[in-house]
Design a protein around this ligand. Structure first.
Ligand code: NDP
Length: 295
């Protein structure tokens, strides 16, 4: 049987199209336009590209985008003041502070200054706690996108063995929580984990989020497993050109798996689509319009 290459671009486009309809309905019925504020501190080129994309997709979905470019000399106090101002602004339903922040700023302090109801990245400690305790809250965009892609090829996740390689607060841990919520048996691996290959070989669902280019080899993949590759790594080729690869060796994994997400074109596009979904969700919650929630 030929393995499925999960088309994240197509899934993301479909989700954005659904969101656009919901946003139009929200405007027509309630006169509400969801608003997303994005703060970028400093001029990191990769962050610039992410932020531009986020704003473009936001506008395409019919939402309002408010963008704040602050110099890298911005102090923590100034950034916190901006976040607090946006927390009070009724036109702003979602606040995203692009990470990483310059070294002199405490990221955790900034994230926890965001109103949890406007925390569309889902990184606030309250939202992390809500996810861990099965309460409604904002779920981090990348793991949420991973779950949607996973369910597109494996609708019933109950009882599946899931291995998440990576335990970051933004990907690994929330991914594991989502899988637990779906009644998977979840193992979270980290850089100290012993016998990682053997662990991975038991996984019906294997999620790789390590930032280590192609570290998960084909022979680590259980036959017929679903492999979700979160990694985005730019590697240098022998001819001096560069290439984007994931944390999974795709050509090897596709030989054994039931389905694999490619890099690029897999998880990446879902992240921004889920950011828009979270912005709509935040808007609905803030306006007591639970009936508009898509998930
Ligand atoms: P972090 O660096 O924060 O975390 C990496 C995790 O991988 C850590 O928990 C680390 O373990 C673990 N790890 C590293 N090496 C190994 C190893 N050899 N064996 C087992 N575990 C290992 O990364 P992020 O979670 O932020 O991101 C992971 C990847 O996903 C990156 O490539 C990033 O670019 C990508 N990413 C993609 C997104 C998208 O939209 N597609 C969004 C966010 C991230 P330990 O804790 O012990 O150090």
């Amino acid at each position: 049987m030929t393995a499925i290459t999960v088309d994240g671009k197509a899934h993301a486009a479909e989700l954005r199209a659904q969101l656009k309809i919901q946003v139009a309905e929200l405007k027509a019925k309630h006169g509400i336009t969801p608003g997303l504020a994005v703060i970028l501190v400093g001029g990191d080129p990769a962050s610039e590209i992410y932020v531009k994309n986020k704003e473009k997709m936001c506008v395409e979905a019919g939402m309002a985008a408010f963008d704040f470019r602050l110099p890298d000399t911005t102090t923590q106090k100034q950034l916190l003041a901006k976040v607090e101002e946006l927390c009070r602004d009724p036109k702003v339903n979602g606040i995203l502070v692009q990470l990483p922040l310059p070294k002199h700023i405490d990221e955790t302090a900034v994230i926890n200054a965001i109103d949890p109801l406007k925390d569309v990245d889902g990184f606030h400690a309250i939202n992390a706690g809500r996810l861990a305790t099965g309460q409604v809250g904002m779920v981090p965009c990348t793991p949420l996108g991973c779950l949607m892609l996973l369910k597109s090829v494996l609708p019933d996740l109950k009882g599946k063995n899931a291995v998440v390689v990576g335990r970051s607060n933004i990907v690994g841990k929330p991914m594991a929580q989502l899988l637990l919520r779906e009644s998977c048996t979840v193992t979270i691996a980290n850089s100290h984990t012993k016998n990682l290959k053997e662990l991975c070989l038991q996984a019906d669902i294997l999620v790789a989020a390590t930032g280590k280019p192609e570290m998960i080899r084909g022979e680590w993949v259980k036959h017929n497993a679903v492999v979700i590759d979160v990694g985005i790594n730019r590697i240098m080729l022998s001819d001096g050109s560069t290439q984007l690869v994931g944390d999974v060796c795709f050509p090897e994994a596709i030989q054994r798996a039931k389905a694999v997400t490619p890099v690029p074109g897999g998880v990446g596009p879902m992240t921004i689509a889920c950011l828009l979904a979270n912005t709509l969700k935040a808007t609905c919650i803030q306006n007591n319009l639970d009936d508009h929630l898509m998930y």
